[in-house]
Design a protein around this ligand. Structure first.
Ligand SMILES: [Zn+2]
Length: 383
């Protein structure tokens, strides 16, 4: 793997050298001498340009686009401040602490437009710079549409993760019909602390993040925490699949569906979630489906219950109405339907109807096994 990665790096370097927009010459002698970009992950991306001309260079602009899913091509243009001269050497730094960061491995295409006092112009060919997390020596492993990048642990550590990712994808396809349409990247940091160092504004609880528009997951998995890690990978990977399946410019998914599918794909509900759900069923303090359609509460207890209910809602829909209906629901959301309309079209009930049916289902199931202490909707892993 190391050898392969080394060769790949060399190929990428050659590629960059070949594409490097140096020595672009206009008729009047306006010449680009050098152009480069340097990543300082996760906070800075610096661009440098050297140019020369027979008369003063008067205008320099940097253009760039970030390689991610969007419905309109977003191009940024930066006017560089400098003193007009015949030879110039300028740089500009994209400070991500001001704009928000990019995930590791993001591609940024950039080019320069230079003009001199005669009105001669040169525009360089766009070149892509990879915003890589160069603080670590990454190795990589690809299987199907999934590539894993990791730097701690041996090959079998990565093989185990990629195998369980493939299994999670297979289960997800079987239960929901959803599958990866485009390649995704998984960056496995050695622990939560390393992962937090990869983010501009890390939140304390962050163990894994899915950057859905980039098709990238960043996650911290310690070697002795592989069980959690595999579940977390399945969870975040599902977010990428569901995003690819339902991508549309009109609207998003209800949170309970997105999180519920991710929880469901990760396997049976954990005991902590199960306890919160059982308690809320017993105390009749369940959160409404309508509330669960918005982002979840930041309060830990409400948040745990929100995830547990989301799992149970998805389990209810898949167990009672099957895979084909779930796929139909995802496709209906892709067409840009509202939450109520999408449910109504596919299942014949809206969010309130789902609420009633699901609450009856979990309450009845709870009563039927009263005394046994466990809720069937929660005990049963569906595979
Ligand atoms: Zn999630």
């Amino acid at each position: 793997m190391i050898k392969k990665a080394g060769i790949l790096a060399l190929v990428v370097c050659l590629f960059l050298v070949l594409l490097s927009p140096v020595l672009v010459r206009a008729q009047s002698g306006l010449t680009i001498l050098d152009s480069s970009a340097q990543a300082e992950f996760p906070s800075r991306l610096s661009f440098n340009l050297a140019a020369q001309s027979d008369v003063n260079i008067t205008d320099i602009r940097l253009g760039y686009t970030v390689d991610r899913v969007s419905f309109a091509q977003v191009t940024s243009e930066v006017y560089i401040e400098f003193a007009p001269a015949t030879t110039v050497d300028v740089d500009w730094t994209w400070d991500m602490r001001k704009t928000g960061g990019l995930p590791p491995g993001s591609g940024v295409d950039y080019w320069w437009a230079v003009e001199n006092a005669n009105g001669d112009k040169v525009e360089t060919t766009p070149v892509q710079v990879q915003f890589d997390d160069n603080r670590y020596s990454w190795r990589s492993l690809t299987e199907g549409e999934v590539t894993i990048y990791w730097y701690e642990g041996n090959d079998s550590f990565a093989e185990e993760i990629i195998l369980s990712a493939q299994q999670a994808l297979a289960r997800l396809a079987e239960d929901t019909g959803a599958y990866l349409k485009k390649p995704v990247k998984l960056y496995i940091y050695a622990n939560a602390q390393d992962l937090q160092g990869a983010m501009i504004y890390p939140q304390e609880w962050t163990g894994g993040v899915a950057f859905t528009r980039y098709g990238t997951i960043a996650i911290g998995i310690a070697l002795d925490n592989l069980y959690w890690g595999k579940r977390a990978v399945a969870h975040e990977l599902t977010h990428l699949v569901i995003h690819q399946m339902t991508l549309n410019p009109y609207g998003d998914l209800p949170t309970w569906l997105d999180e519920g599918l991710a929880m469901y794909a990760a396997g049976a509900l954990g005991p902590e979630f199960r306890a919160y759900l059982n308690k809320a069923i017993a105390e009749k303090s369940l959160i409404s489906v309508r509330s669960l359609s918005s982002p979840f509460s930041a309060y830990a207890k409400q948040s745990i219950l929100s995830y547990a209910q989301s799992y149970s809602l998805v389990d209810f829909l898949i167990s009672n109405y099957g895979q084909a209906k779930m796929l139909e629901l995802l496709n209906t959301f892709k067409q840009g339907n509202t939450y109520d309309d999408a449910l109504d079209k596919v299942y014949g009930f809206d969010m309130d109807g789902l609420d009633t049916l699901w609450q009856d289902y979990v309450t009845m199931s709870a009563q039927s096994i009263e005394g046994k202490g466990m809720h069937p909707a929660l005990v049963g892993a569906s595979y």
